[in-house]
Design a protein around this ligand. Structure first.
Ligand code: SAM
Ligand code: GPP
Ligand code: MG
Length: 299
């Protein structure tokens, strides 16, 4: 498969001046586009500055207390930022681990690509082409600028586009994913589109926060997270049902809740707190909210 095979949108360009920005499909999507256009939280930008990989997702894994050193140390906050960033990159590595065997000639699709950190990591690991979509022109510009700086703009490209209606050809993507971006869309519509673009035998992966049906209904903490990000968190049941409806058969379902708690406990001690930390910690601890990885085969 060549890099141009996947995209029917020949007019798309990585140059921001030439970027075609479609009108939002719904008023809600207009709100979300504005939200991410305006977003500039230090907890995201300062972490990205550590090594140039800019993420808008959370971290997993144990905190390396040795690397953090003494809280009284003048370099402590800088080390804390580096540690939070390391855990966020570990999260993206885990997602990439579940994409299956990917060749240099393959194309991957990042649905809701943000500033493009996961796309860069995917290209660096597999040497393949990665196409990202986001509602935010600012984020797409940022991701394309980073790709140019790294000299990988011929392989990594972001565009402003609704993930529910992409310009990608049917049945050509080797793998696709949502990294903390599926809570902005209807899951039946989302998985219908992934199912359309994926090759038969291709792999879909999501890492997401979802409410736990065992708790009963979305807890007050889940409602706080929804309000904070203007999103609509789905239940674990909805994910599995919508996948089954759309020829996506789960191969792995991993509860990452215990693995993400150390990230949140550490972040809550940082000067970069945003105020949402307690809602995540409380909802993970009371069992109303789960951090989940689901990897599914397109059959
Ligand atoms: C929390 S950020 C995650 C970014 C990225 N996946 C990461 O891990 O860094 C959510 C992203 O979803 C995107 N998004 C939300 N709804 C979308 C839609 N309908 N189509 C395309 N992107 C969407 C936003 O523009 C934003 O880039
Ligand atoms: C797991 C859930 C429910 C995620 C909601 C989507 C979201 C906003 C993710 C993190 O983005 P970010 O990195 O911009 O957020 P923050 O500024 O809090 O780090
Ligand atoms: Mg963040």
């Amino acid at each position: 498969m060549t890099s141009t095979d996947l995209s029917a949108d020949v007019a798309a360009s990585s140059s921001s001046a030439a970027m075609f920005i479609p009108a939002p499909a719904t008023p809600y999507q207009g709100d979300i586009a504005r939200y991410w256009d305006r977003e500039a939280r230090p907890v995201n930008l300062r972490l990205g500055d550590v090594d140039g990989l800019y993420h808008h997702h959370y971290g997993i894994g144990d905190v390396d207390r040795g690397a953090l050193g003494d809280t009284g140390d003048s370099a402590y906050e800088k080390k804390l930022i580096a540690e939070l960033h390391r855990l966020e990159s570990a999260q993206a590595e885990l997602l990439l681990d579940h994409l299956g065997p990917i060749g240099r000639d393959d194309t991957l699709v990042d649905a809701g690509c943000g500033r493009g950190g996961s796309m860069v990591m995917a290209h660096q690991r597999f040497g393949c082409r990665v196409e990202g979509v986001t509602l935010s022109a600012k984020q797409a510009d940022f991701a394309n600028q980073r790709a140019r700086e790294l000299g990988i703009e011929d392989h990594v490209h972001a565009r402003v586009c609704d993930m529910l209606g992409t310009p990608f050809e049917t049945g050509r993507a080797a793998a696709s994913w949502n990294n903390e971006s599926s809570m902005y869309v209807d899951l039946e519509d989302l998985f219908a589109e992934h199912s359309r673009i994926l090759a038969t035998g291709g792999r879909y992966v999501t890492i997401t926060g979802c409410w736990n049906p065992r708790y009963g209904q979305p807890s007050k903490y889940v409602s706080q997270i929804n309000a904070h990000f203007e999103c609509n968190i789905h239940s674990r049941r909805e994910y599995l049902r919508a996948m089954a409806d759309n020829r996506l058969v789960p191969q792995a379902v991993i509860d990452l809740t215990p693995a993400t708690l150390p990230y949140w406990e550490l972040r809550a001690t940082s000067a970069l707190v945003t105020g949402i930390e307690k809602a995540f910690i409380n909802s993970y601890k009371d069992g109303s909210f789960q951090y989940l990885l689901i990897a599914a085969d397109r059959v």
